[in-house]
Design a protein around this ligand. Structure first.
Ligand code: SAH
Length: 212
């Protein structure tokens, strides 16, 4: 099956929806989303929708991936932390636009699958860890950018503390049914917040998963 026509249609839709950053669009064009979705959903890989992955999790909607990536304002020297590796798709997109991506997942099986994809695609600037993303990655902090891809009840404090001065964090915050993407900008000891977009993510859970 050829995905090209669907991919072009998706890119056009993202542009219409306000994604103007060419680097973001070209990363979406270059990373094959079909390799990140389970076999039964592969023909829908370029639909602008979230799709189920294993462990009851989801690969985010392409618009949300593009929107958050664009809002992160990456540069090729930027060091980024992602919380919630899932399929690895968002990390793969980030990896094309920054220097290095650190990504944390609480399910071992998801992390193993994501690692295999990163290797197959030769995305060597992604470092992964099994762990509780709420705690961040203290050994590698501070991060110029942090992106949380699971819904939190409140802005996770430890993550905010691992932001570099002048850094930006994006995190979906709110109840289970609907969250807002909150942008946190750190300026010294000051953390300014604004809401960017209503979204619905799977929840950010405490601790490493016992099975899977
Ligand atoms: N960025 C992913 C989206 C994954 S969905 C992608 O592109 O596919 C959110 C992911 O966050 C799930 O895989 C879930 O297991 C993970 N997650 C939830 N709480 C977590 C936590 N405290 N630490 C690490 N990962 C977490």
């Amino acid at each position: 099956m050829s995905f090209e026509a669907n991919k072009i249609r998706l890119i056009m839709e993202l542009r219409r929806e306000g994604i103007g950053d060419r680097d973001v669009l070209s990363a979406i064009e270059r990373i094959p989303r079909e390799l990140f979705v389970p076999e039964p959903f592969r023909d829908r890989a370029y639909d602008n929708t979230a799709l189920p992955i294993s462990q009851g999790q989801t690969i985010s909607q392409p618009f949300v991936v593009a929107f958050m990536t664009q809002a992160l304002q990456l540069g090729d020297r930027t060091k980024v932390l992602e919380v919630g590796t899932g399929s690895g798709y968002q990390a793969a997109i980030l990896s094309r636009l920054c220097r290095r991506v650190y990504t944390i997942e609480r399910y071992r099986s998801l992390l193993q699958e994501a690692n295999r994809r990163f290797e197959a695609l030769r995305l060597y600037n992604i470092t992964t860890r099994l762990g509780d993303g709420n705690k961040g990655w203290p050994e590698q902090a501070p991060f110029e950018r942090i992106m949380v891809t699971a819904g939190a009840e409140a802005v996770p404090r430890e993550l905010a503390g691992q932001l570099a001065d002048g850094g930006i964090m994006l995190v979906p915050v709110g109840p289970r049914e609907e969250q807002q993407i909150v942008r946190v900008r750190r300026d010294g000891d000051d953390f300014a917040r604004d809401n960017l977009l209503p979204v619905r993510f799977v929840p950010l859970v405490d601790g490493v998963a016992r099975a899977g």
